[in-house]
Ligand binder design. Structure first.
Ligand code: UDP
Length: 252
């Protein structure tokens, strides 16, 4: 049987939200089924998001995270946990992938996910506004073996695995099989929101795998960029009240 892909997307209201959700929705509807898109909002499900999801043509679940955000740096973290709890509660079987709403994804990426048996990773390119360069983050490979990491110097010595949130995927069965977690006594779900910003990925991944030898690279993903992480923060963007555009129907 074809493996299901479970895509987790936290989302929140800002000027380009509708554009971002439509864009990722259009990609996901083209991916061969079975694919489940779990979209999570904070506090309440907005009618605008519900509308976009309904029209996307993708198979989705629209969830709400009620937890109080204690730290503004917890960007999307509680929402991802809500989705993980949902997957665990309903024993949803598939390859889990965290896809932020604002990144750029290729079809190739989603097709490759089905080849992962336990844990897969690949390099992603990051583009920061006003910086005139793209930075790579993720594995350096020899064939399907991980032999090192692309990273930016600042965090080189601190993080165990230099993987972006949208640069890895794993089999959901790991979530309900405590024996398969590296540290079974720790609660893997809570873990995501108790660690410092920037360390969420590595802390999470350290519970899934012992070391690089347990990581799968789906060839030829190591020599191709199959997704981009864009840091496009439109949170503080002035948005004229009452102006309805085709890409966004809400006022902030
Ligand atoms: N996000 C969210 N609430 C927030 C901030 C971010 O739901 O308060 C979501 C956002 O929609 C995206 C993901 O979390 O899907 C990552 O956010 P962002 O792209 O701002 O983080 P960065 O790219 O800077 O790591």
């Amino acid at each position: 049987p074809v493996k299901q892909i479970i895509v987790i997307t936290p989302t929140y209201n800002r000027a380009l939200q509708a554009y971002f959700l439509n864009r990722i929705g259009h990609v996901l509807r083209l991916v061969k089924p079975p694919l489940l898109w779990i979209v999570v909002e904070m506090n309440a499900a907005s009618t605008e998001t519900a509308d976009i999801l309904r029209k996307s043509g993708a198979v989705y679940r629209h969830l709400v995270c009620k937890k109080n955000m204690t730290n503004v740096k917890d960007r999307g973290v509680h929402q991802r946990n809500t989705a993980l709890e949902h997957i665990e509660l309903h024993r949803l079987d598939g390859i889990v992938y965290f896809a932020d709403d604002d990144n750029i994804y290729s079809m190739e990426l989603f097709e490759n996910l089905r080849q992962i048996s336990r844990f897969g990773t690949w390099p992603i390119a990051m583009l920061a506004p006003f910086k005139n360069k793209a930075i790579l983050e993720g594995p350096v490979c020899n064939g399907s073996q991980v032999t090192g990491w692309h990273t930016n110097e600042k965090s080189k010595r601190l993080r165990r695995f230099h993987v972006d949130m949208s640069g890895f995927a794993f089999n959901s069965t790991i979530l309900w099989d405590p024996k398969r977690w590296r540290r079974p006594t720790r609660d893997p779900i809570r873990q995501l929101d108790t660690v410092k910003e920037g360390f969420q990925e590595t802390t999470f991944i350290e519970q899934l795998v012992e070391d690089e030898s347990q990581m799968e690279v789906v060839p030829p993903t190591c020599s191709r960029i199959i997704n981009w992480h864009l840091h496009l923060d439109a949170q503080g963007l002035y948005y004229p009240k009452g102006l309805h555009t085709i890409i966004h129907v809400r006022c902030i």
